[in-house]
Design a protein around this ligand. Structure first.
Ligand code: NZQ
Ligand code: ZN
Length: 383
């Protein structure tokens, strides 16, 4: 196992009826900005619950944060915060609203052009405190220090991470997820699955705790994901998925082990340029990355086949084939596309995405050996 340092200060408040805890979690003297998206929280009663919990607080609202949050929208929120002298931001929604809030909180105090936080890793000295009421289990943003922001004018979608942007708390009430459309249930399960994989499907460094933790998450998502599609009102299923998604990207999983993230980096380009939902890009790209990296990931793929899928064969090559096949079948069961063809694209259509990665001189994967040339081959495999 590699050396590591682990720090995660996020207070998790989990379970039915926990939104009312907001009044305990946010000091009454603070002026609060409630940030949300396109209105789902008004249709499912979450907005009402939040307002009730914060009765008597000095509140401003900021709505309209898009899926794949835009830089320009974030900067509008920064203006509101400065004008209204806001002290605390509450994100109410999915990963997009929360990522936007992380960026907004960092941008408020930032000296200079905030876009540099994403392009050149500009230093963030402080951020406005914020909390979260999560309504979509997927990204793990509720318990990590990462955010991904898009800029449509330039076709960019870039990530940043900084310890100043851990949420002060995250309220995870699985009942808020009952209103999710099928597409978002699927996306959430697949995103959490992919996060676990990016920290697991690499090579062995004798870290059995991290490996078995990842395998537990994968097995849970494989069991519970289809149940959520079949019986959307099952609280226990929703609770298990919600906790799995949080645990999949709070970085407990990645301590002391190599990480990949090639699928995510390629996927982000496909979202930025062609608007494909984040999780869907992952289901298209991940099996192709595995096929391309079959030799490098072979031992781990065979272990995954045996431990997670119960594949019973001494033949490693056969186990690897089954690992890939069963994963694709799971993605199909979760009703997400598994090839470029499924989203009406060809590898040639993706040349702009490859060009973006070439311009950024990326070296992806756990060995840092996947350049834009290999990405081109991976997208051919994903055809
Ligand atoms: O905008 P509203 O009206 O809220 O509707 C949203 C949105 O249309 C809707 N929704 C959310 N909760 C709902 C609901 N609809 C009904 N009932 C509910 N309870 O779902 C739609 C998608 O929401 P979004 O927040 O975009 O989805 P998700 O949570 O999957 O977030 C995706 C974003 O997170 C980034 C992605 O790249 C993408 O931009 N990621 C963030 C990560 C992180 N911070 O660590 C890691 C991930 O790999 C990922 O890159
Ligand atoms: Zn993801």
């Amino acid at each position: 196992m590699y050396n590591f340092e682990f720090y995660n200060p996020v207070r998790i408040v989990f379970g039915k009826g926990t939104i009312k805890e907001l009044s305990r979690l946010i000091d009454r003297s603070l002026k609060v900005m409630i940030a949300y998206g396109g209105g789902s929280i008004k249709n499912n009663g979450v907005h009402e619950q939040v307002m009730k919990a914060l009765e008597g607080y000095d509140i401003v609202e900021f709505s309209g944060i898009e899926a794949n949050p835009q830089y320009s929208t974030c900067m509008k929120a920064v203006d509101v915060i400065k004008r209204e002298k806001v002290d605390f931001v509450l994100s109410v929604g999915g990963g997009s609203v929360l990522d936007a809030v992380k960026f907004i909180s960092a941008a408020v105090n930032f000296d200079g052009e905030p876009w540099n936080i994403l392009t050149s890793g500009a230093k963030i000295q402080s951020a406005m405190p914020f909390g979260c009421v999560l309504t979509l289990p997927a990204t793990g943003s509720e318990m990590n220090m990462n955010a991904v922001i898009s800029r449509d004018e330039t076709g960019e979608k870039l990530a940043f991470g900084n310890p100043n942007v851990y949420p002060k708390f995250s309220i995870l009430d699985p009942e808020t997820t009952f209103s999710l459309p099928v597409r978002q249930i699927s996306n959430g399960v697949v995103d959490a699955f992919a996060h676990t994989m990016e920290q697991y499907m690499t090579y062995d460094v004798n870290a059995p705790i991290q490996d078995r933790y990842a395998e537990a998450l994968l097995m849970t998502l494989i069991e519970e994901g289809p149940k959520a599609l079949e019986n959307p009102k099952d609280y226990d299923v929703r609770a298990n998925i919600m906790w799995a998604a949080t645990m999949a990207l709070n970085h407990l999983n990645s301590v002391g082990v190599p990480q990949d993230w090639a699928t995510h980096m390629i996927g982000h380009e496909l979202t930025a340029l062609y608007g494909i939902d984040h999780a869907r890009t992952l289901a298209i790209v991940m099996p192709a990355v595995w096929k391309h990296q079959r030799k490098e990931k072979g031992a781990k793929l065979a272990r995954y086949a045996r431990r997670v899928w119960g594949v019973d064969t001494h033949d490693d090559e056969k186990a690897i084939d089954l690992a890939i096949e069963k994963t694709i079948a799971f993605f199909k069961q979760m009703q997400v596309p598994v090839s470029l063809k499924d989203v009406d694209l060809t590898p040639a259509d993706c040349s702009k995405a490859v060009k973006q990665l070439e311009n950024r001189k990326v070296k992806l994967g756990e060995h840092g050996k996947i350049t834009f040339k290999e990405v081109e081959q991976i997208l051919e495999i994903a055809a």
